[in-house]
Structure formats: structure tokens, C-alpha cells
Design a binder for this molecule. Sequence first.
Ligand code: FES
Length: 142
Amino acid sequence: MSHIDLDTLYRQVIMDHYKHPRNRGTFDDEPLTVEMNNPTCGDRIFLQFKLDGDVLEDLKFTGEGCSISLASASMMTQAVKGKTIKEALHLSELFSKMMLGEEVDFEEFGLDDIEALQGVSNFPPRIRCATLAWKAMEKVDQ
Ligand code: FES
């Protein structure tokens, strides 16, 4: 696939998650909730978790943010649902590496969509947008 085709595909993947976010909403009961804000813009994300032992059985998010932050939140919730906390933290670590410009193969985890955000690493001010939900998720371990 040419570079331009790939950029178009990635843009479409991001917009799909932004317009049709997966796992957006709240649970009716009162599960563990964490909040994280992006200090550069004030946007906030709220994450709710349902844990089964050390497994992230289910999670949902709400909040305000740009297309990058909300698409990333949607992708993150898909990626970590059903994973152990340790596995989820490992994925977050890989995502941070990708934001630093490192090559990361998310396809090996069946998480191809996340690679659509790799171009964000070229725009440092947007990295906080992309990592917002992931940093919120990391709080589940604190
Ligand atoms: Fe606020 Fe992206 S501009 S999270």
C-alpha cells in the first residue's frame, strides 16, 4: 500500500472510532472510576472498570476531547477489555513507545487499529491527546 493510501486508511480508522466510539458510556452501578485530564487543553476522560480479580472484565469511558483523544480511548478500551492488568499495562507501555516513534507491531495482538495513531508521534503536542486514556487506564494499578 502506498504511503498516501495508508494515511487515508489511518485517517478513516481514527474517524470511525471518533464517530462511533466503542465502549463509550457508564455502568449503572458504581464501579471503580478514574479521571485524567490533559493539562495542555483541560480535556478530561473518565474511565470506569469492572474487575474480576486482576482481569479487566469490562470498561467504559466518557469525557470531552479531540478526535485523537476520543479515538484513542475507544481503541484502548477495545484493546484491554478481557486482559489482565499486567497485560493491559504492557500494551500501554507499547503504546507509549509507539508515541516516541518506535516501531511497534500491534497486529501481533490483533490490534491493527491502534497503528492508525502511529503518525501522532510526529506531532508532539498531540501525544498527550493520544495517551490520555491509556494513562487513565494505568491508574487501575494504583
Ligand atoms: Fe484536548 Fe486533544 S486537544 S485532548
